[in-house]
Design a binder for this molecule. Structure first.
Ligand code: HAM
Length: 421
């Protein structure tokens, strides 16, 4: 608690309009676009047993090592606030037996995730993802369909100037050969050139050295072996098909041999969508294929591919949301008109119009200013004379025109006005 009262915890945000409006807009857009591809919504708990994340994301990853909110419940079992959605979706998929009921499942989920990271622009401790998973097929068509869907979604939000970065991480067959070559290479360079994190990773998780942002590490890995040079014929063919399909869609794609992703479950296709205009935290979405994941969690051998978008980062690109679009703002000059104003507002809403009532009876001028600020198209005013006659003054707040009419006519006037818009 600060000296001025309670405050938010660092890295956690309250969200007012326009940001909250932008979030609603993103979710609605996602539902519409993903629905066209047969995706259905799954809602999973915010809390899972810690082991699930250790097992799926990988015990050596930064997320598991440093970033999870983990705590014991009252019986001493270790619980964790979800740092991402995929693990919980896999658990739900296996636990519900969905795999036995349909050969391919397309699931999306949205909501808050939690990672104890150093907060900065576009990086929060509580952040929100829109997450999609397509389970049950190894086909490269699924990868291309999913990535195409992600790009359609971002396009529908009006976001341009994005780059789609792609790589293939190979499979259990070919990746160990690459990892060995990378280890040999890292042993051959001067370890003093690596940042402390990478000096450690060079032994425990060498792939992550490739995507370190430190200039020293980048320079040292410029000539490191490249994953795509080590992929087996099957992985190569898979990736070529994905690339061919995406190129045919004319997507802004770029191959990036450093794209290894920070979570351990990936194989084959990995991708990120980055923006050049939101600062250091430039990835607005990331994902890839994870064919061994369901099996490693005790489920059947079901392959999958998915992605998640970071909603806070998308909101940075969206800017201001459109105005609220109120149709009316009702006010009574004094108490004699209040019940009628209240009833008129109710009837207008029943006709599908949106509006607010001002409950005060004091300060007409200031209330008219509030009406103007509300962004409503019409202000409906009921004074004592109007109240006596069941009438209302309708003021068009866009052009200032004002007319009196029976309250029943005002309903038609506004409803017709709306349909003529
Ligand atoms: P991720 O790359 O860790 O992947 O996160 C996906 C996106 O979430 C990032 O590209 C970023 O936009 C956003 N994000 C991550 N951390 C933060 C943060 N601290 N603050 C704000 N935004 C953040 C995953 O989470 C995988 N589960 C994606 C996936 C789904 N792969 C397969 N299926």
């Amino acid at each position: 608690m600060s000296s001025t009262g309670y405050t938010r915890s660092k890295g956690f945000a309250d969200m007012f309009p326009p940001e909250s409006d932008n979030f609603t807009r993103m979710e609605n857009c996602a539902r519409e676009i993903f629905g066209r591809y047969g995706f259905v919504e799954l809602r999973t708990p915010l809390v899972e047993y810690t082991e699930l994340f250790q097992r799926s994301i990988g015990a050596e990853t930064d997320v598991v090592q440093k970033e999870m909110y983990t705590f014991p419940d009252r019986k001493g079992r270790s619980l964790t606030l979800r740092p991402e959605a995929t693990a919980g979706v896999m658990r739900a998929y296996i636990e519900s037996g969905l795999h036995a009921r349909e050969p391919v499942s397309r699931l999306f989920t949205t909501g808050p995730m939690f990672r104890y990271e150093r907060p900065q622009k576009g990086r929060m401790r509580q952040f929100h993802q829109i997450n999609c998973e397509c389970l049950g097929t190894q086909s490269p068509l699924a990868d291309a369909e999913l990535i195409g869907m992600l790009m359609s979604f971002l396009g529908a939000l009006g976001l341009g100037e994005l780059t789609l970065k792609l790589n293939s991480l190979g499979c259990a067959e070919c990746r160990p050969r690459f990892t060995q070559a990378l280890l040999d290479y890292l042993r051959s360079v001067d370890p003093a050139g690596l940042c402390p994190d990478c000096a450690r990773r060079a032994k425990s998780n060498p792939l992550r050295v490739l995507d370190c942002k430190q200039p020293g590490c980048r320079a040292l890995t410029d000539n490191a072996p490249k994953l795509l040079e080590y992929t087996c014929p099957e992985c190569k063919a898979h990736f070529e098909t994905v690339l061919g399909l995406l190129r045919a869609e004319d997507l802004p794609l770029e191959l990036d041999h450093r794209l290894v992703r920070g979570l351990d479950y990936y194989c084959r296709t990995t991708f990120e969508v980055v923006s050049g205009s939101i600062g250091a935290q430039s990835a607005v979405a990331g994902g890839g294929r994870y064919d061994g994941l369901v099996k490693s969690l005790g489920g059947p051998d079901v392959p999958g591919v998915g992605f998640a978008c970071g909603m806070e980062r998308l909101a940075l690109l969206l800017g201001g949301a459109p105005a609220r679009g109120l149709d009316f703002y009702v006010l009574a000059l004094d108490e004699s008109g209040q019940a009628q104003a209240f009833d008129l507002a109710r009837k207008l809403r029943a006709q599908g119009l949106a509006g607010e009532m001002n409950f005060s009876t004091a300060g007409f001028k200031s209330r008219m200013r509030q009406a103007g600020k509300s962004g409503a198209r019409f202000c409906l005013i009921i004074g004592p004379d109007e109240a006596a006659q069941g009438a209302v003054t309708v003021k068009n707040l866009n052009n200032g025109e004002q007319t009196g009419m029976p309250q029943a006519d005002a309903i038609h006037y506004l409803v017709n006005g709306k349909s003529n818009d």
